[in-house]
Write a protein that binds this ligand. Structure first.
Ligand SMILES: Cc1cc2nc3c(=O)[nH]c(=O)nc-3n(C[C@H](O)[C@H](O)[C@H](O)COP(=O)(O)OP(=O)(O)OC[C@H]3O[C@@H](n4cnc5c(N)ncnc54)[C@H](O)[C@@H]3O)c2cc1C
Length: 224
């Protein structure tokens, strides 16, 4: 049975409704997709033994689901529990006339839901492929794929992308037309851009193994 297609607007729920900095909020699914595609590290927030634990981890995704993985021994990988996943792209500092108005230009997404442990072998392999390909397109078919023992040692969690919110801040400081405009203090933005560097071969790599094209071509580019 084919699944109904995602709405282009993210549903506003009690969890995703913005209360503060609402002007920065977006409920466009296209903005969520763009933020997820621009990064490959998320922060997974989960309650473990009654305490919050937020772990940075890589992710992959398809149109509807975000995948994260870890060791079967990992306490954050229990599955079946409510979680909150955050993905943040920092685009620069906003340096205002007053420190109160300082800020960050950013794009961020917060996803709420209950994680599902993936047990179907085909979905598990496909989820792991998406995770690998999300960080390094072309790498799944280049490197050795996981064997049975490695798959058994790995937990894959799936989180629906249905209940998610987005915030985006762009542009100049907010105090250019306020009383502090006369202070004579420099104000503006300091952009931040992360690009991939030159590949550094493992010192143990035989010298006759070239850098594959799918890795070499990323130098100087941004992720996503
Ligand atoms: C790099 C970075 C630095 C920041 N620094 C600060 C800071 O120093 N001080 C500060 O007050 N705020 C900062 N923010 C904004 C901050 O993330 C919150 O949006 C803001 O503080 C409001 O939080 P709240 O709990 O009152 O949000 P609420 O409006 O109560 O949150 C309600 C719901 O809105 C959604 N939501 C909230 N924040 C975000 C978000 N950033 N992205 C996507 N969805 C969101 C969530 O679904 C949440 O459940 C920063 C954001 C980024 C990305």
């Amino acid at each position: 049975m084919s699944q109904p297609s995602h709405s282009s607007v993210l549903p506003q729920t009690e969890l995703t409704r913005h209360r503060r900095l609402r002007e920065q909020g977006s409920f466009r699914r296209a903005d969520l997709d763009a933020i997820l595609d621009a990064g490959f590290v998320c922060h997974l927030g989960v309650i473990v033994e009654g305490r919050p634990l937020v772990v940075p981890t890589v992710y992959g995704r398809d149109e509807r689901v975000l995948y994260v993985h870890g060791s079967v021994a990992s306490r954050s990988m229990a599955g079946g529990t409510p979680v909150c996943v955050t993905v943040t792209q920092v685009d620069g500092l906003v340096l205002a006339r007053s420190v109160f108005e300082h800020g960050v230009n950013y794009r961020s997404a917060v996803i709420h839901g209950t994680v599902r442990k993936v047990t179907d072998p085909d979905e598990k392999l496909e989820g792991l492929r998406r995770l690998t390909e999300h960080a390094t397109p072309g790498q799944w078919s280049y490197a050795r794929q996981p064997n049975r023992k490695e798959l058994a040692a790995t937990t894959l969690l799936a989180l629906s992308l249905e209940e998610a919110s987005v915030k985006i801040r762009t542009g100049a400081p907010d105090d250019g037309d306020g009383p502090d405009a006369d202070l004579g203090v420099w104000a503006g933005t300091l952009p931040l851009t992360a690009t991939w560097g030159a590949p550094e071969p493992d010192p143990l790599l035989p010298p006759d193994i070239p850098v594959p094209a799918h890795i070499a071509r990323r130098e100087g580019t941004r992720h996503g």
